[in-house]
Structures are given as structure tokens and as C-alpha cells.
Design a binder for this molecule. Structure first.
Ligand code: GRF
Length: 199
């Protein structure tokens, strides 16, 4: 059974969705460890309620690489095969990314390369796009940038606010992340340049 390490900072709805897919049998994996960099993350409580192993490694005031070294040691202790960032609001150090080449996934609430960074849903509305979506990608050393594993598009309605758009996107995120994790765990892909090609 492949082992996931999930990194969170907040609400934890993607974590919850991944756990739900595993429980329902639609994702063949186990959550080996949930790591939060914030002690008050709601996702930590969700993980504990589900009986998942959790660790909090507070990052406040810590040097980025020093914090990532602690995170990496925890991932190694739990023999993690794949790391999933799920609302992890901290940039990873190049050091950590180099330890886990093509072993870290992220989900972002826009159709990358549009609207990287914070508040992607608000950025999409303010830009006036008619279609947006969500993206699961491998993490590389640039923000919201690595090879794209999967995307889903949805329409932006004239009446949308960042909140309504985020809510509709989240439903898609919760499905897309599990699918993308399953693909990566299956190993049935190769990466050519930026392209993730199914094999
Ligand atoms: C999601 O919108 C995700 O795409 C982004 O951060 C948010 C995390 O939400 N990276 P949650 O903590 O999984 O509920």
C-alpha cells in the first residue's frame, strides 16, 4: 500500500476529501502522516477525529530550510511515498524539493499558468475570465509551476464572488486531487519536459 504524507496549514477540506476517497475505496493508498505547520489548523482536528497520525511542526519564526529538514525527517520516519500539499501556505525550500524529486504534488484553485499565488479565485474574477478551474501539479522550485498532472475547468458566472466561486471549485478540487494522486501512485505516466503523459 502506497503511503501519503499530507501537508496542511488550515481548513483541511482536501485532506478530508482524500481520506474520504481512501475510506470509500476509490483511492488505493493510506495516509501515513498529516503534518501541519500551524498548531491551530482545523485540518489537524479533522485528521485526529479520523484517527490519522498527525504532527505539528510550527514554522513561525523558523528558517525555511531548518523547518523543512524537520518536515523531511518526519516524512521519512513515516516512510512516505508521495507528499501532497493540501492548503500548505508555506513555500518549500529548494533543499526539500531536491530530496523528493517528482514526489510532491500541489493543488491550486486556478487553471495554471493563470493566477498563481494567493487568492486565485479573486484574481480570476477581477481579471474577468469566463472559465477557471483547478490544477494538480508536481512541485518544483517555482511557485505553482511544476508539470501539470490534471486540470478541471468550470464556468465563472457573472454573479460569482470569490466565495461562491471557491465553493464550486472546491467540489472539483476534492475529486481531481484523488484522481491525480491515483494516477501518480499507479506510475502510469512519464514526464517529458513540462508534459505529464499517461502511459
Ligand atoms: C484550496 O483551495 C487549495 O486549492 C489551495 O488551498 C485551499 C486549501 O483548502 N491550495 P483546504 O485546506 O484543503 O480546505
Amino acid at each position: 500500500m502506497k503511503r501519503l504524507g499530507i501537508l496542511i496549514s488550515g481548513r483541511g477540506s482536501n485532506l478530508e476529501a482524500i481520506a474520504g476517497h481512501i475510506e470509500a475505496g476509490s483511492l488505493d493508498a493510506e495516509i501515513a502522516i498529516v503534518i501541519s505547520n500551524r498548531p491551530d489548523a482545523r485540518g489537524l482536528a479533522i485528521a485526529r477525529q479520523r484517527g490519522l497520525p498527525t504532527v505539528c511542526i510550527p514554522s513561525k519564526g523558523m528558517d525555511r530550510e531548518a523547518h523543512d529538514r524537520l518536515t523531511f525527517a518526519t516524512l521519512q520516519n513515516h516512510q512516505v511515498d508521495l507528499v501532497c500539499l493540501a492548503g500548505y501556505m508555506r513555500l518549500l525550500s529548494p533543499w526539500l524539493i531536491q530530496q523528493l524529486p517528482q514526489r510532491i504534488l500541489n493543488i491550486h484553485p486556478s487553471l495554471l499558468p493563470a493566477f498563481p499565488g494567493l487568492e486565485a479565485q479573486r484574481q480570476a474574477i477581477e481579471y474577468g475570465v469566463k472559465v477557471t478551474g483547478c490544477t494538480v501539479h508536481f512541485v518544483d522550485e517555482h511557485l505553482d509551476h511544476g508539470p501539470i498532472v490534471a486540470q478541471t475547468a468550470i464556468a465563472v458566472e457573472d454573479t460569482d464572488t470569490p466565495e461562491t466561486l471557491s465553493a464550486r471549485l472546491l467540489r472539483e478540487e476534492h475529486r481531481l486531487y484523488a484522481e491525480a494522486i491515483a494516477l501518480v501512485l499507479s506510475g502510469r505516466y512519464r514526464i517529458e519536459g513540462r508534459r505529464v503523459i499517461r502511459t
